[in-house]
Structures are given as C-alpha cells and as structure tokens.
Design a protein around this ligand. Structure first.
Ligand SMILES: *Cc1c(COP(=O)(O)O)cnc(C)c1O
Length: 479
C-alpha cells in the first residue's frame, strides 16, 4: 500500500495490517541491536556529523516507509545510545522496563492530550488515580494534589512558581498572577545546596528573580547541606532585610545521590515562613523499597515534591510529577479559556487538568506509571530498587578499601563518585578510552579534582560485571 492511501489509524481494522507489518519490521530493526553488550558504537563526533548531515532530510518526493526505516536502521540506530546496556552508567538516564514499551505504544497510538477531559477522558481519570496513589505513597493526605510534567526541571519550575506566588500572597499581600513580581522582588531568596540541580537557577531566571536570588548552601563531607551553616546564612540574610521564600532539600543529588536532612530543613522553613520543596527527581524511587526507603527521609514534611519516573523508576522519557501538600498551591496555573476549559464543565465533573499545568498539550504519561505499577506491584518494584542501590553499595565496598582508588562519599542511592589516585589526566584518559570501546561512564569534578562516576540504573548489572569494570579501569590507569 502506498503512503498516499495510508494516512492515519481508521475505524476499519482491515486497514491496519500494513501498520502491523511496519511495526514488526521496526521491532526487528531495533532488536538487531540488542545482542551487542556495548552502549555505543564509539564513532567520533565529526564522522557521525558528516554521515547524518549527508542525509536528505526533506526530499521532493517521499521514499516510502521501507526506505525511511532502512536508512534509519543503517545510518542512525547503530550510533544511538543503547540505554539497556550494562556498560552505560554516566548519567541519571535509565533503561526502560520492558512492559513500559508497550505502554508507550498505547500512549502514542491513542495520542490523548491531558489538557481537557474531552481530549483524554480515561487518561485524565488515570492521572487522577495515579496522583492519588502517589500522594499516599509519599505520605501526603487528601488535601494534597499533583500533576504530571515533562521532567524534573519542569516539576521544579512548577513548585518554585507555586512557592513564589504563595509567599508573595501570604507574606506581602501581593498577587503575582495579576501584577507580576512585587517591587521588592530583588530581595526574594531561594536556598538550595551548592550541588543541587541547575534547574534551581534556571527557574529563578525564568521567574524574573535572576540567578542572584539563588543562595547556595555549603555541604558537609557527606555532600548533604550543612544545616548549621545554612541557618547562620539565612539568619544573616534576614537581618539584612532579604526575604527567604523557599528552601529546597535535594533528595538525591545528581552527582552523588546524597540526601539533605529534610526534617532539619522543615524546622528552618517554619522558622522563617518559607516554602519547603523536596527535589526528589532522583531519590524518589527509593520509596518503593522497604529496605532502603528510610535513606530518603520523610518527604511528606515538604510542601512540594518532584518525582521523576524516567530515572530510578526506569520508565521511558518523559515522565515526571510535581506533588503539592495543599492543592491550592497549583492554583497558580489555573486560567480559563472559552475554547478549552470552561468553568461550567468542571461544575459537572469534567476535570480539565490544564488548570494544574504549565503545559497545554501534554502526553498521557501517567498511563505508563499505572501500567508498570500494576504489572510489578510495590514488591516487584522494590526488588529492582534494592538491586540498584545494592550494586552501588557493592561497588563502594570493593573500591573504598583499594589503595589504587579514592571514593570520598559513601553512596546513599545508586551513584558512586570515585577516581584512580593517578591524577586528573589519567582519569580523563581512562574515561575516553572506555567511551571509544562502547563503555560509557560518568565524569565530574569534586574539590577541583577530576572524578569518575557510576550511576547504576540497570537492574541487570551483576557483581561480576562490576568486578570486570574495576579490573579494566585499573588496567587502563596503568595499575
Ligand atoms: C535529573 C534531575 C533534575 C532534572 O530532571 P529532568 O527530568 O532531567 O528535567 C532535577 N533535579 C535533580 C536532583 C535531578 O537529578
């Protein structure tokens, strides 16, 4: 069948046999890359740019499905990152649980949009049900609410917007939604760990407060915020007439997986009338593990929580949620349009989720959370989290007592930052050499020194594999 006769899904099931063939062919093409243990082909960026740059992106006459797939399979897929590889561990970038790939197909094929009930009847109800489950999972009560977002950055921006608006209304009797930032906006301050995610700075810029509104709190030897120093800093700011509106606890820092003391931060927030946000984009997954959940503390103490499902929960990008302790915090996104979310709809039970979101058109990502939660249960998910954190603990136990390595921070979640004692240039060279053979590990800087990093998000990774990697790194480091 030519592409001209074939446009979109139709009511007639007979029309879709061609689609079935195309999907099967696509699966075969993807599966042909699954036998390879490496995460990356090792091609250099100039060569890859030349090859992909020479493709005709928009030909005058289309070449058809088979040709488009062939070119993609031959020129692009071989150099795509294979997130499912046990040799991929540089970032908080996870492989996808198998069943979630089917959920993605459902989401894409129906293509529901979460802005209004008439664009996503079942998906809206799924999001409500999943949010309700998440509220309980993190210890919130019925007053809480939440909304799915495109990722942790957007969840953080949503929470900080809510915090700014709430603070200005309750402390300054100023309605930001109507009038914009208050005249004294240059005095507003957000406090966050010096190793927190850069979406804090980006959010404050986008909110018109600027990077200067972000005060970085020093961390102690465990890479968690030093509470005593934080208190002194905030106290001094208040004495100088500044206005602390928000404090952020990072529950799993991007590099170290270190966790801030949320109970202590709650006390500080209460003393100064601040909003407490928990950026648990990384650490939230630990809530599924009865063995490790105490490592992240009691997140229900926070006024808002960022949860990423495309990190420790191993769901496909994108999938994240922002939870708020009091539903009214999300009112900052409520706005009515005659063409979309009429007030009378809501009076009759048609919930339009656009009222809680900064996005309008939005994917039905909650469906894949429901799907994997149902399929695996808390127990099945818990076993996965136990494996991830257990692997980090194992790697740490192997290298912390090894004289060739330094490993300054004991892991709390599934990340381990370490280095060969041989110095910066050796560590950099080891990472490059591994990359060229398709083993992708992380690199960062700690106290001015180049460090290597394992971010362990693959539940198939074994202790034997970790042992083999240690051996290889030692060898490439000339030990
Ligand atoms: C990954 C991460 C983010 C950003 O999340 P995205 O989903 O990449 O937008 C924010 N905070 C922390 C602590 C993270 O690890």
């Amino acid at each position: 069948m030519s592409l001209e006769n074939k446009t979109v899904l139709s009511e007639k099931p007979g029309d879709i046999n061609e689609l079935r063939r195309e999907i099967e062919k696509t699966l075969d093409a993807v599966f042909s890359f699954c036998g390879d243990e490496t995460a990356f082909s090792g091609i250099n960026p100039y060569e890859l740019r030349k090859r992909i740059g020479s493709l005709t992106v928009l030909p005058e006459k289309g070449t058809g499905f088979d040709s488009a797939l062939d070119v993609t399979a031959k020129e692009i897929m071989p150099h795509m990152l294979r997130t499912w590889s046990c040799n991929y561990m540089p970032h908080l970038h996870s492989p996808s649980l198998l069943e979630s790939l089917s959920a993605e197909l459902i989401i894409s094929m129906f293509n529901d949009s979460m802005d209004s009930w008439d664009q996503s009847p079942a998906a809206t109800e799924v999001e409500l049900a999943v949010i309700s489950t998440l509220k309980k999972l993190f210890g919130y009560d019925d007053e809480a609410d939440g909304c799915f977002t495109s990722g942790g950055s957007q969840s953080n921006l949503s929470a900080i917007t809510a915090a700014r608006d709430w603070y200005c209304m309750t402390h300054l009797q100023h309605d930001v939604k109507k009038y914009g930032n208050p005249e004294c906006f240059g005095k507003l301050r957000l406090y966050t760990s010096e190793i927190s995610h850069f979406s804090m700075d980006k959010s404050c810029h986008m909110l018109g407060l600027g990077y200067d509104a972000v005060v970085k709190l020093p961390v102690d030897s465990t890479c968690s915020v030093d509470i005593e120093k934080a208190e002194k800093l905030i106290e001094a700011d208040v004495r100088n007439g500044l206005l602390p509106f928000c404090i952020v606890a990072t529950i799993g820092t991007t590099d170290f997986g270190s966790v801030d003391d949320i109970a202590a931060m709650r006390r500080i927030a209460d003393r100064y009338g601040m909003h407490l946000h928990a950026d648990a984009a990384y650490g939230s997954g630990a809530v599924m593990s009865s063995r490790y959940r105490s490592r992240i503390g009691n997140l229900s103490l926070a006024d808002s929580i960022t949860v990423d499902f495309h990190k420790m929960f191993l769901l496909p990008i994108s999938c994240s949620a922002v939870l708020v302790k009091r539903a009214s915090l999300l009112d900052c996104f409520q706005l009515h349009a005659d063409y979309l979310n009429r007030e009378e709809d809501e009076e009759d039970g048609y919930v339009n989720l656009v009222g809680k979101s900064m996005q309008t058109t939005r994917r039905a990502d909650a469906i894949k959370v429901l799907f994997s939660f149902m399929a695996r249960g808390k127990e099945g998910y818990g076993r996965i989290i136990d494996t991830l954190i257990g692997n980090a603990d194992y790697f740490y136990s192997r290298i912390s007592s090894d004289e060739d390595f330094i490993c300054p921070v004991k892991p709390v979640l599934s990340s381990v930052v370490f280095a060969l004692k041989a110095g910066d240039s050796v560590n950099k060279a080891v990472r490059r050499r591994l990359l060229n053979e398709g083993i992708v590990i992380g690199q960062t800087v700690m106290n001015g020194a180049v460090m290597l990093k394992f971010t362990l998000l693959n539940p198939r990774l074994t202790h034997e594999h970790i042992d083999a990697l240690i051996k290889k790194i030692r060898k490439y480091g000339g030990r």
